[in-house]
Design a protein around this ligand. Structure first.
Ligand SMILES: NC(=O)c1ccc[n+]([C@@H]2O[C@H](COP(=O)([O-])OP(=O)(O)OC[C@H]3O[C@@H](n4cnc5c(N)ncnc54)[C@H](O)[C@@H]3O)[C@@H](O)[C@H]2O)c1
Ligand SMILES: O=C(O)[C@H]1O[C@H](OP(=O)(O)OP(=O)(O)OC[C@H]2O[C@@H](n3ccc(=O)[nH]c3=O)[C@H](O)[C@@H]2O)[C@H](O)[C@@H](O)[C@@H]1O
Length: 346
């Protein structure tokens, strides 16, 4: 809502949030918290569902089109009375009644988001519009999983939330980077214009069990390659850096953000920074010292460095990651061994 103040300045104020169903205000109406997780059949989404389901007061509804996710990730919840799974594409409207929305639906690995870039940008833009429309109708709080890719190839290091980024608007990664930037814009416009309660997490590279084995992201690639005895493919020059967060830390950060009072955007990631060569050396040492490291071509617009400044998450959410890369990699190795059928040598 725009207002003119007495000194003539144009001031933006935020509308109060819309009210949910009148029934929910009745003292005779008791019900669980109904939580929608879009993209809940994917890697982070399914771990988030596990955590939310631990609370007996939560009912969890997953909406997923299974593009990169799978029912397998949720098999322990299928049939549970507090759980519901809907095959749904977020580019179509979804008419349900919920109290909170974790909006994760979007392919995250570069090989998948570049596979059908038009669909990726539709998912980010139309999908987020649809979920905001749902939030507006039912008065739900909505959390968007944005990304460190909104900083593009960052010229500021480490990245703070106030940095506006260095993003190529017409490159092969733009469907994802710019898509998420528009999604963040939509979130704030719905917040200011319609009073929707929003939360934005800027997630930095997250890894852990249940990542697709042929996901294409670097940690899953190196672990699968090490277990198959194949060369670890470091994309040139290998000096580019990333900061890797274990999935249970990520889920904890997302829930704290949803439950707290801050809209964000807030960086959620592990500030431990590694070059891709260092990551390959670590995987080799921990999992298979016999494999070789092979330099291969890189893809366009690969960010050269990335490390979150997490001061805001520490201060506003009381959150910081607990699991170091060296402790998280063996947990992921265990899961990949099971799925690939490669037992550990005695
Ligand atoms: N894992 C990371 O390192 C990372 C980093 C930054 C941001 N994120 C964000 O976190 C979210 C989850 O990432 P992830 O790593 O679990 O990826 P993922 O690919 O495992 O999960 C994404 C899920 O969304 C579903 N999906 C995709 N398009 C959809 C659509 N149009 N309608 C409904 N469902 C759809 C997929 O089937 C999948 O289950 C994504 O929004 C991603 O952008 C992840
Ligand atoms: O954290 C984020 O915000 C984003 O990170 C990822 O992007 P990216 O960091 O490029 O992810 P990877 O594909 O895992 O690549 C990381 C680095 O490893 C390198 N790499 C990748 C794969 C490989 O086999 N070898 C290799 O050296 C890439 O060149 C890149 O420099 C994905 O885009 C999203 O999951 C997420 O939104």
């Amino acid at each position: 809502m725009a207002k003119n103040t007495s000194n003539g300045e144009h001031q933006i104020t935020t509308k109060p949030p819309p009210t949910p169903s009148p029934l929910r205000n009745s003292k005779f109406f008791q019900s669980n918290m109904r939580i929608l997780v879009t993209g809940g059949a994917g890697f982070i989404g399914s771990h988030l569902v596990d955590k939310l389901m631990e609370n007996e007061k939560n009912e969890v509804i997953v909406a997923d089109n299974y593009f990169t996710g799978s029912k397998d990730n949720l098999k322990k919840w299928i049939g549970h009375p507090r759980f519901e799974l809907i095959r749904h594409d977020v580019t179509e409207p979804l008419l349900i009644e919920v109290d909170k929305i974790y909006h994760l639906a979007c392919p995250a690995s570069p090989i998948f988001y570049k596979h059908n870039p038009v669909k990726t940008i539709k998912t980010n833009v139309i999908g987020t519009l649809n979920m905001l429309g749902l939030a507006k109708r039912v008065g739900a709080r909505i959390l968007l999983t944005s990304t460190s890719e909104v900083y593009g190839d960052p010229l500021e290091h480490p990245q703070t939330e106030s940095y506006w980024g260095n993003v190529n608007p017409i490159g092969v990664r733009s469907c994802y980077d710019e898509g998420k930037r528009v999604a963040e814009t939509l979130m704030f416009d719905y917040h200011r214009q319609h009073g929707i309660e929003i939360r934005i997490a800027r997630i930095f590279n997250t890894y852990g069990p249940r990542m697709n084995i042929d996901d294409g992201r670097v940690v899953s690639n190196f672990i699968a390659q090490a277990l198959r005895g194949e060369p670890l493919t470091v994309q040139a020059p290998g000096t580019q850096t990333r900061s890797f967060c274990y999935v249970s830390d990520m889920v904890d950060g997302l829930i704290r953000l949803m439950e707290g009072e801050n809209t964000g955007p807030i960086n959620i990631g592990n500030p431990g920074e590694f070059t891709m060569l260092e990551l390959a050396e670590t995987v080799k040492e921990l999992i298979n010292p016999e494999v070789v490291i092979k330099m291969v071509d890189n893809t366009p617009d690969d960010p050269r460095q990335r490390k979150p400044d997490i001061s805001k998450a520490k201060e506003l959410l009381g959150w910081e990651p607990k699991i170091k890369l060296r402790d998280g990699l063996p947990l992921m190795e265990e899961d990949f061994r099971l799925r690939l059928g490669v037992p550990k040598k005695k």
